[in-house]
Design a protein around this ligand. Structure first.
Ligand code: ZN
Ligand code: ZN
Length: 261
């Protein structure tokens, strides 16, 4: 299984997962044209996506989901309550996410399958989920847009070999960021986004000796710095005795490497 970040941050999110015969896109938060360019850059053939999974209804995750699902001939999986959302309603084939439960994603023509699980997160768009994928004994987890750490979420997502984890802001930089007061409060609130330190708390519960790569995601351009996010995560891993884990930062403006899970 290979995981590749196509875009990550408040301007748009998309993650590509290729597992044997099954190709999955998680979130489609960029415009159709830019997202198509990113998929081409990732050497994805036209109409190769079998399933498009949407974490939640915020536009930085759902913006072009309906249009992309239609173009790709992919099944759109989202919470039942957001199926009629304007960004999603163009998808010809939709499936309701079984939140909290496991489900199987089949490859085209029924070939291959990928096990997936959607886990509920505290965030100010209900419902918001993280995903855990398992294929041939390998596990990838994508967890962004979470208001505060929760041990039970980490338990439900256990065993990642690659972990994509939100490390959104630094509280001090957030205070001086050019945001209206209400937005600042939203971001730092219990249903907002994980700070670097809160990400480290989640990491302590999610990390295990099998974890080999941590990808820090949804890093704020105005209320964080990549070096700071990396520094906090590296220190947390060292405290856990997991200094061998490779730590990367997901970018907003360019695709990341294709990572072997
Ligand atoms: Zn977001
Ligand atoms: Zn969100």
């Amino acid at each position: 299984m290979r995981l590749q970040v196509l875009s990550s941050g408040s301007e748009g999110n998309a993650y590509l997962l290729r597992a044997g015969e099954v190709t999955v896109l998680v979130d489609a938060g960029l415009g159709v044209r830019v997202l198509s360019e990113r998929m081409q850059a990732a050497r994805l053939a036209p109409r190769a996506v079998d399933h498009l999974l949407v974490t939640h209804g915020h536009l930085d995750h759902s913006r072009s989901a309906g249009a992309v699902a239609k173009r790709q001939g992919a099944v759109l999986h989202c919470a039942e309550t957001i199926m009629t959302h304007r960004a999603l309603d163009r998808a010809p084939r939709k499936a309701a996410l079984p939140i909290g439960g496991e489900f199987l994603l089949d490859g085209r023509d029924g070939r291959g399958s990928l096990a997936a699980k959607a886990v509920l997160l505290p965030h100010d768009c209900d419902p918001t989920v993280a995903f855990r994928f398992e294929h041939a004994g390998r596990v990838a987890v994508i967890l962004t847009d979470m208001g505060h750490p929760r041990a039970e979420v980490a338990r439900a997502l256990a065993g990642a070999h690659i972990l994509v984890l939100e490390s959104n802001h630094d509280p001090a930089l957030l205070r001086t960021a050019p945001y209206p007061q209400a937005l600042q409060e939203r971001i730092r609130g219990d249903r907002g986004h994980l700070s670097n330190e809160q990400a480290a708390t989640m990491l302590a519960d999610l990390a295990h000796p099998g974890l080999h790569t941590l990808v820090l995601a949804h890093i704020s351009k105005k209320a964080n710095r990549v070096e700071l996010a990396l520094e906090v995560a590296v220190a947390a891993l060292e405290r856990l005795g997991l200094g061998h884990v490779r730590v990367l930062a997901a970018a907003q403006d360019a695709i990341g490497p294709a990572l072997e899970v």
